[in-house]
Design a protein around this ligand. Structure first.
Ligand code: IZC
Ligand code: ZN
Length: 420
């Protein structure tokens, strides 16, 4: 086997391995496989060997064509996976900052026609090319911060035409730059102003017009719903998700973020791959998600940015056996951050997750949450050679430092795509 790239002498290689079939939960979530003085050998786009530097050097042949990276003083992780983003959108919402500082709640800004609806207006007005350009720029930022795979939702179009435009833009962004994007259809993100008095009429359009076209054009792998007080009820969410499931899409939910409506219970009932947010999840919701194996995708950057004092009960969820993943929720309103390194800090400090739990949550469990665990999320022979090298003496350091991009090198499919 020809070794095209060798990373050697790493202080630590963190593999997140051993979890290809099921996401890590309970004691599994707490454990991390770490190789001191580690090495990773790459053949083309895939990982050929992972082990200690001595072991790997013993087993492989290095020749003039092998690119060798000395990772002394560095920690090597699987390329980070961000399983919940709204990365393609028009405009931005910095003008809402003043309202936010006056204490106007997120849902009140939306009720006044701002918030998501302000981004809907800008997204409808944008050309597909403008959406693509914005998406590429954001993905380049993500890549520079260690993210090599991400989920990407539509949901700022809210007409068939604008939703399709967004999903086609996501596909184009995926092809145009190294970060792999997994597309999710979020037509049920908000009630557009044309249907203010008739939300069920809007859901008819989502179910009868949008969903069949999205599936027919193969533009999404998952369907998501914003199940929230004043947005879509549990009943309305069930309608959309069941229609999506019948068409073969996987299911995701924005659940139990602001009001405890019971979205988590619905996610468990329908066999969703994940329920996301979960700040006000009930004990029953935790129990049902654990029993059904639904991944809890926690978005603590959003809680931070909405200035909420109550974070998702991550400890309770982990102790109850819910597999936990973490994401940025990158979006123009409630979380204009696309850096998973900051999520590591917030998750440790405010969710009280340990660094091993957090690392599993942004690698292998995140990969499970978007159906990519066979390809990415851990450093194992045969998987895609996606790696993030951090200028850090050990993995605890990633949770300890904050606000500085610690990336030194990012490798996507065996190629160096970022070098600091
Ligand atoms: O644009 O505010 N929560 N959707 C549900 C969002 C936040 C995105 C936004
Ligand atoms: Zn979201």
């Amino acid at each position: 086997m020809e070794i095209t790239l060798l990373i050697k002498n790493a202080n630590q290689v963190v593999t997140s391995r051993g979890a290809s079939e099921k996401p890590l939960s309970g004691t599994g979530q707490k454990a991390l496989t770490v190789i001191e003085d580690g090495a990773v050998a790459v053949c083309g786009e895939t990982i050929a060997l992972v082990g200690s530097t001595a072991e790997v050097l013993d087993k492989i042949q290095v020749d003039d064509s092998t690119k060798v990276l000395d990772a002394s003083g560095k920690v090597v992780l699987p390329g980070l996976v961000d399983p919940h983003t709204h990365v393609v959108f028009g405009g931005s919402r910095e003008h809402e900052l003043a309202l936010k500082l006056q204490g106007v709640p997120y849902l009140e800004i939306l009720a006044r026609g701002g918030g998501i609806l302000s981004s809907v207006e800008a997204t409808r007005a944008a050309s597909k090319e403008e959406l693509i350009a914005g998406g590429i720029k954001s993905c380049q930022q993500m890549l520079a911060q260690g993210t090599t795979t991400a989920e990407a939702k539509s949901g700022y179009g809210l007409t068939t035409k604008a939703e399709i435009k967004t999903l086609e833009a996501i596909k184009a962004v995926d092809r145009a730059q190294p970060v792999d994007l997994i597309p999710t259809f979020l037509g049920a993100h908000a009630v557009p102003k044309e249907y203010k008095e008739n939300p069920d009429g809007y859901l008819d359009v989502v179910i009868k017009d949008m969903l069949p076209q999205v599936v027919e054009k193969n533009l999404a792998r998952y369907c998501d719903v914003f199940c929230e007080e004043g947005i879509f009820s549990v009943e309305q969410s069930r309608r959309v998700l069941m229609a999506a499931r019948n068409l073969g899409l996987g299911l995701k939910m924005h659940a139990d973020e602001i009001s405890p409506l019971g979205g988590s219970e619905l996610a468990a009932e329908l066999g969703a791959v994940s329920a996301d947010h979960l700040l006000v999840i009930s004990d029953q919701g935790i129990e049902n998600m654990a029993a059904a194996g639904v991944i809890g995708v926690i978005l603590p950057g959003t809680t931070f940015y909405l200035c909420e004092d109550h974070y998702a009960p991550a400890r309770k969820m982990i102790e109850a056996g819910v597999p936990v993943a973490l994401a940025t929720d990158f979006n123009p309103g409630s979380s204009p951050n696309n850096n998973l390194q900051l999520i590591v800090n917030i998750a440790c400090l405010y969710l009280r997750m340990t660094p091993p739990e957090v690392i599993n949550a942004i690698t292998i469990n995140a990969a499970h949450a978007i159906g990519r665990s066979e390809q990415v999320g851990s450093l194992e022979e045969g998987k895609m050679a996606d790696l993030a090298l951090f200028a850090a003496p050990n993995y605890d350091y990633l949770a300890y430092r904050y606000g500085t991009n610690l990336i030194s090198t990012v490798i996507k499919k065996g190629k160096i795509v970022v070098e600091v």
